[in-house]
Design a protein around this ligand. Structure first.
Ligand code: AMP
Length: 363
């Protein structure tokens, strides 16, 4: 399969009526504030909506156009793409868009102009590429163990495809690693194949901050727009049980994100936050040209040495940006007005249209 041709996308964009652009996205994940923000910036909006899922968009009145599909993945179907194109759409990607459309389709078949760098989506989705980018940027990430025999401290074990925290486990020795693996194999939670591919990393004991950055390619500037922390099941529930009862219950912990809450960091940590964002943006410019473009999120743990350790990256709007559909403490500092991540994306598109630079921020 050959990649969708950038010239083709730019030609489509050139033919668009720039006075009449639609901001479109898949109806899931962070689409409410993407669409709301687009309306606030004066754009027409469209939602590609799975049948039966239209209620929030109607009740919150964020979409001008509805493109109804049987399944989310149909967003890549030719008739849907053609409707999007006819509306002069710029599609804003998010986690569900990437999951349902699929990276191969986005790279090879999806010709509708998209906000951001579509090539970087693979880098955030594949653990080895994500790690390469983080290593290249010189930011502090958890140490990785190539072999369970090397385990010399508490580690977190993650399986491919089990992202989202289901089936993760903590072990403090090689023996414990094998014991837990054996028990998971017996329960058919994992396949023997998965064991080879288990990702073993240093367990970082600290507080969770997910930092929502926006990189403006127009201004070559990194902004911090918000921060959230996660509610995770069942680990959060487990922590509410006294230690002796935890042992009696014998529950296996999991780290499945079920919600987010807004947070702020100690002000003295913010220089570190901006450094991390700047470094990642610089590394991305060389590794996956043209680099970051728009929202990205770093999931971090801050230790009692006040070191911020990054364990995960998204190179598009992250679910935690739903904590500031109006404003966060940081987006207020930055803009002095209500500014969600969705509105910031729309503002960037508006600025690019006004400066005739849409080709800088669209792929
Ligand atoms: P992830 O799927 O990588 O986003 O991780 C889900 C959750 O697992 C995180 O929100 C953390 O609570 C926990 N977690 C992931 N990696 C680590 C780590 N290296 N050390 C401690 N906790 C972690």
């Amino acid at each position: 399969m050959s990649k969708v041709n950038r010239d083709e996308i730019i030609n489509i964009l050139d033919d668009y009526d720039k006075e009449n652009i639609t901001i479109a996205t898949l109806g899931s994940h962070t689409s409410l504030h993407i669409l709301k923000g687009a309306k606030e910036e004066g754009f027409r909006t469209a939602v590609v909506c799975e049948k039966g899922r239209e209620v929030p968009y109607k009740r919150f009145n964020v979409a001008d156009e509805y493109i109804m599909v049987d399944k989310f993945k149909d967003i890549v179907n030719e008739d849907v793409q053609s409707q999007l194109k006819d509306l002069n759409s710029i599609v804003v990607p998010h986690g569900s868009f990437v999951a349902y459309a699929g990276l191969d389709k986005i790279e090879n078949d999806f010709y509708v102009p998209m906000f951001g760098n579509r090539d970087i989506l693979r880098w955030e989705s594949e653990r080895d590429l994500e790690r390469k980018l983080m290593i290249e940027s010189g930011i502090r990430i958890p140490n990785k163990y190539k072999d369970p025999e090397e385990i010399d401290r508490t580690v977190m074990v993650k399986f491919p495809g089990a992202r989202g925290g289901k089936g993760y486990f903590v072990a403090s020795s090689t023996e414990e690693f094998h014991e837990k693996i054996d028990s998971m194999l017996k329960r058919n939670w994992i396949e023997p194949e998965d064991v080879k591919n288990a990702h073993i990393e240093e367990y970082v004991s600290g507080c969770n901050y997910c930092i929502h950055f926006f990189y403006s390619a127009l201004k070559d500037e990194v902004e911090v727009l918000g921060m959230d922390s996660r509610f995770e099941s069942n680990i959060d529930g487990l922590c509410r049980i006294p230690a002796k009862d935890q042992l009696d219950i014998g529950l296996d912990p999991s780290y499945v994100i079920t919600g987010n809450h807004p947070v702020v960091m100690r002000e003295s940590l913010l220089p570190q936050v901006f450094d991390i964002g700047d470094n990642l943006v610089e590394a991305a410019k060389t590794l996956v040209s043209p680099g970051m473009n728009g929202p990205f999120c770093l999931q971090t743990l801050c230790t009692d040495d006040l070191e911020i350790v990054v364990f995960e990256m998204s190179a598009r709007t992250d679910g935690g940006s739903n904590t500031f559909m109006h404003a966060s403490a940081y987006s207020y500092l930055m803009f002095g007005e209500f500014m969600s991540m969705g509105r910031r994306i729309a503002r960037e598109i508006k600025n690019a249209i006004n400066d005739d630079k849409l080709d800088v921020i669209i792929t």
